[in-house]
Structures are given as C-alpha cells and as structure tokens.
Design a binder for this molecule. Sequence first.
Ligand code: GLN
Length: 198
Amino acid sequence: MLRAGVVAVQGDVSEHAAAIRRAGAAHGEEVEVIEIRQSGHVADCDVLLLPGGESTAISRLLEREGIDEEIREHVAADKPVLATCAGLIVASSDAKDERVDTLDLLDVTVDRNAFGRQVDSFEAPLDVAGFSEPFPAVFIRAPVIDEVGDGVEVLAEWDGSPVAVRDGPVVATAFHPELTDDSRIHDLAFFDDLAVEA
Ligand code: GLN
C-alpha cells in the first residue's frame, strides 16, 4: 500500500489523485490518496504530489497552513515528490516573483507564464529521457525553467528550455502529466525509485 499525499490547498487535485491510482494499478500497488489541506498529514505520506493551479495562491496557503515546512522535511528525508506546473514554480529555488515564496525543493529557477505570454496552452509530443515513445505533454500557461543547478538532471526540453527535471527525490514538470491517460511521468517519479528500494 502506497500512501500518496496530494497537496490540495488549490489546483487540479482530482486529476492527480486519479493519475497516481492508475500508475499504482499498473504496478499492482494499491494507492491510498490523502488530500492535504492542513498540517499534520504530510508525515503519513510515502510520496507527495504538488499539482498545478495558481502558484501565488498555493504558496500563500502552504505557508498559512504550515504545510510548507512539512514538505521540506519530506524531501529532506529523501521521499519522492512530483511537482507539476504551478507545483514546479512553488517547488523551485526562485520564481523571480515576490508573491511566490518558493519551497526550494529543487535547484532550478523558473520564469512564470513564460510560454503563456505567447500562447495560452498547447499539447506537444515530448521526448523524455528513458521513454521509448514521446510523451503527450499538455502545457497550460506553463513556466519555463531558465536555470538548473549542477545536481539537476534535465529529462526533457521544449524549444531549448528544460521542461522536465529531476533533483534527487523531486521530479518536476512544466506541463501537466495528470491530464492524459499516460502515467509514465508518475511511474518515473514514484515507482522507479520504489522498485529500486524494494
Ligand atoms: N501560470 C500559473 C502560475 O504561475 C501556472 C499554471 C498551471 O499550473 N497550469 O501559477
């Protein structure tokens, strides 16, 4: 039984809950989803998802509820996190926007809405390191990762910028892997490592 916490203060929570259940089922693993709206629940979770939504709101609510520190402790304990879109912005080390108090879970800086200024949303077949077929990546007012630190592995790029990265236990994407039936990004974030540990 895998206990997956979906940070549910704001954003597309139910889609991530469904995606992690699908990924679990494909691995013969039952998944209990815990929706996290208050402090006191992160420590019960094996893995965490930080959904997309609005990063300013997510950041403010995490701090208000005291969940921010619990997420940092989860990562410090080397437990997996998947952060998507606004989740990536919140997880980054710098969003260059004073309204977003980033969690500094991974060593990247981001530019909010960088794609969004040109085009609101689009879907693209994305080559991801280790995937034999392209991943159908849905970008919605997506951030661009503009700087990555030394320890960060770039898993995919679009238009010359990283859009999927891994830094230790944290996998982050500028796009929304939970909006397609393809659960390979959730596999990569959660089940590869668990398989290795087992
Ligand atoms: N542009 C949004 C933000 O800055 C993120 C959009 C999304 O999560 N789809 O928070």
